[in-house]
Design a protein around this ligand. Structure first.
Ligand code: GLA
Length: 421
């Protein structure tokens, strides 16, 4: 089970709280970096299938204060957990708790990056400098943030990106933002063990105020799409549940998609087609799935048909946004939910209840579960004038059906990772 990373804390101004804690613990002035959480409008589970995603960075973030030390010690302090972890630069090992691992995983990847000759955009001189300084010189970190706990808004990716960005600044590493994203994703994949795609780290790092990012996860090309809806608010309804199979089921879905690709590749090549053409579900059509996967494995077929349809749905959905047709876009969000629930099977009772409750409400243009699944939030596009009434109604009904007090966040779209002071 992916544990909750942050406890709810009553801190209203993270940068100044970090600054004073830093003085108290280390008698130093920190550099402060902000790295946001993310929403995703459409394109779920498509990132690791080399499709497209449509995320945005939000106005809830992780804040990190960082400063170099004279020795090789690493001191980490979490404001929200009120907990401390200490190690040294030659002892980058799992902490036995979860929160330090998001930071230490990034440190490990930064050191590995510096030793890897194949990566681009970084000179040998820089590498030596990176390695020499980052490998021997320790640092202090105090961090905290207001990304709601366990809500699927990528607080872990935000912490990884904040750390990668902070180390890059602190040691003058000269690593590009794209490489910082890859370093952060690799930290999550390898150190934490969650085989996530690139979406969350990318959105946190590259977010832009009042814009969505259409990211092609195959080429990593991206375009910003204006998103400043005057008449509609983005509301997140937090189920406040996170079922324990979330991360194992996530890794299992990845394997099922890979299995689908393998079946198409092998069977197509038996029929004389080029083997190399099919590298991911991006290269697969509905017809391929019908001919080569459905007869062999119905479950794998269901997973793959959802992904192939979702990639197309996103592309048409972006056209809807260009044409200012939010109604058409919203309908696609409902379709996405349906597919995630019935074909990809990553929804849960609580998420389905929340989407069902708003499905026939004319004030809700679109709604669906968001992120990996098995809990977390639904994302809803709601007409301004209905926000209060709807929130009250849904909260009451949800409480009645599940016994759980739902949480609601109205989110704005903000810039990605940056230094704030
Ligand atoms: C999680 C992962 C992402 C992505 C989504 C589903 O948030 O971290 O990489 O796969 O699930 O779209």
């Amino acid at each position: 089970m992916k544990k909750r990373l942050y406890m709810p804390a009553e801190i209203s101004d993270y940068p100044s709280t970090i600054r004073s804690k830093f003085r108290e613990l280390f008698n130093q002035e920190p550099v402060i970096i902000r790295s946001p959480g993310r929403i995703n409008l459409i394109g779920e589970h498509t990132d690791y299938n080399m499709g497209f995603v449509l995320p945005a960075a939000i106005d809830k973030a992780i804040y990190i204060g960082i400063q170099i030390r004279e020795d090789n010690e690493i001191h980490l302090h979490s404001l929200d957990y009120n907990d401390h972890h200490t190690t040294t630069t030659d002892q980058i090992v799992r902490s036995g708790k979860l929160w330090p691992d998001y930071i230490l995983g990034v440190v490990e990847q930064v050191l590995r990056f510096a030793q890897d000759d194949s990566n681009s955009g970084i000179t040998n001189a820089t590498k030596q400098h990176v390695f020499a300084s980052a490998a021997k010189q320790g640092f202090n970190i105090v961090f905290g943030g207001d990304i709601p706990p366990g809500a699927g808004l990528s607080s872990s990716a935000a912490l990884e990106c904040a750390t990668a960005y902070a180390l890059n600044e602190l040691f003058g590493l000269g690593v590009s933002k794209m490489d910082l994203v890859k370093i952060s994703q690799a930290a999550e994949n390898e150190f934490v063990g969650m085989k996530c795609g690139i979406m969350d780290q990318f959105a946190s790092m590259f977010g832009k105020q009042n814009h969505l990012i259409r990211l092609d996860c195959q080429s990593l090309e991206y375009t910003y799409i204006p998103f400043n809806l005057k008449a509609v608010k983005v509301l997140l309804f937090d189920t406040r549940v996170k079922h324990s199979l979330a991360s194992s089921a996530y890794n299992e879905r990845r394997e099922q998609c890979e299995e689908g690709v393998r079946l198409v590749r092998e069977r197509k090549s038996e029929g004389g087609s080029q083997k190399s053409e099919v590298r991911s579900l991006r290269d697969v059509t509905e017809e391929d799935l019908l001919s080569y996967v459905k007869p062999v494995n119905e479950v794998v077929y269901n997973r793959c048909t959802f992904i192939v349809a979702e990639i197309q749905r996103l592309l048409v959905g972006c056209k809807d946004l260009e044409n200012n047709d939010i109604e058409a876009f919203g309908k696609k969000m409902f379709e996405t939910h349906d597919g995630l629930s019935k074909l990809y099977e990553v929804s849960c009772k609580e998420l389905d209840i929340l989407v069902d409750m708003v499905k026939d409400d004319p004030n809700v243009l679109g709604a669906r579960m968001m992120g990996g699944g098995f809990g977390g939030c639904t994302i809803n596009l709601v007409k301004n004038e209905a926000v209060e009434r709807l929130t009250k109604k849904v909260s009451e009904m949800y409480k009645k059906e599940t016994g759980v007090e739902m949480l609601v966040y109205e989110v704005g779209v903000e810039n990605g990772t940056q230094i704030i002071s």
